[in-house]
Write a protein that binds this ligand. Structure first.
Ligand code: NI
Length: 207
C-alpha cells in the first residue's frame, strides 16, 4: 500500500512524463540557447500554417489572404536577437538574391515573437538591413500568439532580471516555405546555407 505523499509524487511524475512525451511528439524540441528547434516531422505537415491577422512594418493590417498567389518564406524571431535571427534573415536574403527574377514569386516575411518591443516602427528600422522585399509583421500579443500556434512556433520570454525591458526570447528558428495557397511546402533547419535554400525553393517554384 502506497502512502499518500508518495502516491502524489508518482502521479506528478506521471503527468510530467506525459507532458514531456507530448511536447516531443509535437516536435517542439527546445534548445536552451535561443535556437529552439521546431517541427522536424515529415508527416502531419498540414498542421503547419493557417490564417493570421497582423500588422506590417508600415502599420498596415495584413492577413494571410494578402499573400495568396505568392509563396511565403517565413521566419519568426525578434529584433533584439543577438545572432540567430540576423543570421537566418541574411541567409533568406542571400537565397532570394541567388534566385534572381524568380524571387518575385516569393514573399519573405519576418514575424516577431516579441510584439512588446517590436512595434511596426521597430520592425521597419530592422528589416532595412535585409532583402528589400522583406516585410516585417507584428501585432498584438494575442495575434502573435495565434500565428505562432498556427505555425507551431515555440517562443518564451527569458528574463535576465536586470530590468523589465532587458530580456531575450527563446524561440523556434525554422524558416518555412509556404505555397501560393498558403499550405506548408517545406522548412529549413537553422544553419541551412543560402545555396541549399535557393535550390530547394527553385524546385518548388518550378512545381
Ligand atoms: Ni532569434
Amino acid at each position: 500500500m502506497m502512502n499518500r505523499p508518495l502516491g502524489l509524487a508518482i502521479t506528478g511524475l506521471g503527468i510530467a512524463l506525459a507532458v514531456a512525451a507530448g511536447l516531443w511528439a509535437s516536435g517542439f524540441v527546445v534548445d536552451r540557447d535561443g535556437t529552439a528547434q521546431a517541427p522536424v516531422r515529415t508527416s502531419g505537415t498540414a498542421l503547419v500554417g493557417g490564417p493570421f491577422e497582423l500588422v506590417d512594418h508600415t502599420g498596415a493590417p495584413v492577413t494571410n489572404a494578402d499573400f495568396r498567389g505568392r509563396h511565403m518564406l517565413i521566419f519568426f524571431g525578434f529584433t533584439y536577437c543577438p545572432d540567430v535571427c540576423p543570421t537566418e534573415l541574411q541567409v533568406m536574403s542571400a537565397a532570394l538574391d541567388r534566385l534572381g527574377d524568380e524571387a518575385e514569386a516569393v514573399q519573405p516575411l519576418f514575424i516577431t515573437v516579441d510584439p512588446e518591443r517590436d512595434t511596426p516602427a521597430a520592425m521597419a528600422g530592422y528589416i532595412r538591413h535585409f532583402h528589400p522585399s522583406l516585410r516585417g509583421l507584428s501585432g498584438t500579443p494575442d495575434q502573435i500568439d495565434a500565428v505562432a500556434k498556427a505555425y507551431r512556433v515555440y517562443y518564451r520570454k527569458v528574463q535576465d532580471g536586470s530590468s523589465a525591458t532587458d530580456y531575450l526570447m527563446d524561440h523556434s528558428a525554422v524558416v518555412y516555405l509556404m505555397g501560393p495557397d498558403g499550405t506548408f511546402l517545406t522548412h529549413f533547419a537553422p544553419g541551412t546555407g543560402p545555396d541549399e535554400m535557393a535550390d530547394k525553393i527553385a524546385t518548388y517554384l518550378a512545381g
